[in-house]
Design a protein around this ligand. Structure first.
Ligand SMILES: Nc1nc2c(ncn2[C@@H]2O[C@H](COP(=O)(O)OP(=O)(O)OP(=O)(O)O)[C@@H](O)[C@H]2O)c(=O)[nH]1
Ligand SMILES: [Mg+2]
Length: 247
């Protein structure tokens, strides 16, 4: 028996040249509880889009590169017929889709609004998180926890959020600041937050960010800039609504 009967759960996968990883990942996803998988084919020059379509996914083409750009394009597409819960999942098969129920059930049970998969609390396969990635995660979450009194341990990409909560956040980042922007805004909006441990694997295919010097510098800079922007430059942040649920 499936754990989900009544909720519309969509998965958004931003994918840039993931033809080797994506079909493997898609074959691992239990489709029964999922209404729709939207793959945002982001400036790919390989067969990513074609393979996603063949696997029964909805494909949204987005020519402008950038992780956040791909997420924004997917969300914009979904507004025509939004889900109840949106799950973000990378296309490189680093995450185990077997955690889907653990991410969604606290939202289905109306106990949480936003559930984040923490690779720090789970087991990360050797080599799947580089030393710089671990340090960057630690620094970013420590700063975030200090400034916004949160209890984050990771900036993991595998996460679920209720659609209503997501829309309140007014997400805007077009590249590497996406995950941290969502976490900061979730805190200021007073969303009920939960981290669950998730295991993490080595990606299939060529590393695009964490394994390249330029990727690490650009991502590191953007993540830190996003923290300082929302803390000191007074970027517009969502506030807790009067009826807002907070834990
Ligand atoms: N790098 C990059 N990834 C994108 C882009 N658009 C979508 N993606 C996808 O976003 C997800 C995360 O990117 P990854 O390259 O896995 O980033 P990472 O996990 O930090 O680092 P590596 O796995 O080592 O490359 C993957 O599914 C990418 O295919 C983009 O413009 N640039
Ligand atoms: Mg990756």
């Amino acid at each position: 028996m499936t754990w989900n009967r009544h909720f519309k759960i969509d998965i958004l996968i931003p994918a840039h040249n993931e033809e080797d990883a994506l079909p493997v990942l898609l074959s691992e996803i239990d489709r029964e509880p999922v209404r729709r998988i939207v793959v945002v084919n982001n400036a790919s020059t390989d067969r990513t889009g074609e393979l996603a379509r063949e696997a029964g996914c909805t494909v949204v083409d987005c020519e402008t590169p950038g992780y956040g750009m791909a997420c924004l394009a997917g969300i914009d597409y979904m507004r025509k017929d939004p889900p109840d819960i949106l799950v973000f999942l990378d296309g490189d098969r680093s995450d185990h889709p077997r955690y889907l129920a653990d991410l969604c059930l606290p939202i289905i049970d109306n106990e949480q609004d936003f559930v984040l998969g923490s690779r720090v609390k789970g087991k990360a396969e050797q080599g799947s998180l580089t030393v710089t990635q671990k340090f960057g995660n630690w620094l970013a979450t420590t700063l975030m926890n200090f400034f916004w009194k949160t209890d984050y341990s990771d900036l993991g990409p595998f996460r679920a959020i209720s659609w209503e909560s997501l829309e309140r956040l007014g997400m805007a980042d077009t590249n590497y600041g996406w995950t941290i922007e969502m976490q900061i805004k979730a805190a200021t909006a007073g969303l009920r937050l939960l981290e669950i441990p998730v295991d993490y694997r080595n990606r299939i295919g060529i590393s695009k960010i964490s394994g390249t010097v330029s990727g690490v510098i650009k991502a590191g800079y953007k993540i830190l800039y996003t923290i300082f922007k929302y803390r000191f430059l007074a970027g517009p942040l969502p506030r807790q609504s009067k009826a807002g649920a907070s834990s």
